[in-house]
Design a protein around this ligand. Structure first.
Ligand code: MN
Length: 291
């Protein structure tokens, strides 16, 4: 069985206790097993309220983020890289406190359009930082996932092969590959090979359509992707990711390049995606989801 998750920003753009309750209740009511909560500012996360909501709705949790430019852990500038490491350190602590066993996303570089190649010094800074972060994460039972994203959102890790090479350099067993169908569609040859290349080092999978809208409305070969997951015996989580400026805060929406909306009804989108993923996995939706 694979646990099926949904990104919190399908539901809300804010980070108040009420926002998290809305997102967690919505995820549970539409049949998801877990929610992925983005942690952009660990200091302002209402940890106790989130824990209460997760318990009330019997939902699991994962954490993610994209590093901002001024906290680029892969920067050749040591102070910038150190700010990225400090942010990730705090995100891992929040993850531990809310009961997450995974922190992923665009964490091996900033989430931005780079106008230059990655540097050897910056890569070395990232590797050194991730060796320390992996130790911290391991002490809290947390696995890290380096999300493989397209060339317009990172210059360091655009393919599964590149992620594995970086992970080999880091050399920690709890640093894994985080794949995302939306990005694979742009950078990889197909949806099967990268999954096979990762094998048991695949830690997390984002399910997104090529235009980040309704699953099945675009051209991603989800049959090939889910077939590959079965082939390697992947037992980790698959999490639906979709964004609309109808929900997102403007700065997040703009960073993600959401210039047109493919949906406005979070609940309808979430239900459809949950059914779509259940069909692909051949696994039932948890039975007590509201109809
Ligand atoms: Mn993603």
């Amino acid at each position: 069985m694979n646990r099926v998750g949904i990104h919190g920003m399908v539901w809300v753009g804010g980070t108040t206790a009420e926002d998290f309750e809305t997102a967690i209740a919505g995820s549970r009511a539409t049949g998801y097993d877990l929610i992925e909560l983005p942690v952009f500012d660990p200091a302002t996360m209402p940890v106790a309220d989130i824990v209460r909501s997760l318990e009330r709705h019997d939902l699991g949790v994962r954490c993610s983020l994209g590093l901002p430019r001024d906290k680029d852990i892969s920067s050749a500038d040591r102070a910038t890289s150190a700010r990225g490491e400090a942010l990730l350190h705090d995100v891992i602590s929040v993850g531990r406190d809310i009961g997450a066993d995974f922190v992923g996303g665009v964490i091996s570089s900033a989430m931005t359009k780079y106008m230059e190649m990655p540097s050897a010094e910056g890569r070395a800074n990232a590797v050194a930082a991730f060796r320390r972060l992996a130790e911290q994460a391991a002490a809290s039972g947390i696995t890290l996932g380096l999300e493989v994203v397209n060339r317009y959102e990172s210059n360091l890790v655009n393919t599964a092969e590149e992620a594995l090479a970086l992970i080999d350099e880091i050399g920690a067993p709890n640093v894994t590959v985080h794949l995302d169908s939306y990005h694979m569609n742009i950078e990889e040859d197909d949806f099967r090979t990268p999954v096979l290349v990762c094998g048991d080092r695949l830690g997390y999978v984002h399910i997104g359509e090529n235009h980040r809208g309704y699953l099945g409305a675009g051209h991603i070969d989800f049959g090939q992707l889910f077939g590959a997951l079965r082939e390697v015996g992947y037992t980790g989580a698959v999490t639906f990711e979709s964004f609309s400026s109808a929900v997102l805060e403007p700065n997040v929406s703009n960073t993600l390049g959401i210039w047109r909306n493919l949906w406005s009804d979070s609940e309808d989108l979430a239900r459809q995606a949950r059914r779509y993923i259940a069909d692909q996995l051949g696994q039932p939706i948890r039975p007590d989801a509201a109809a």
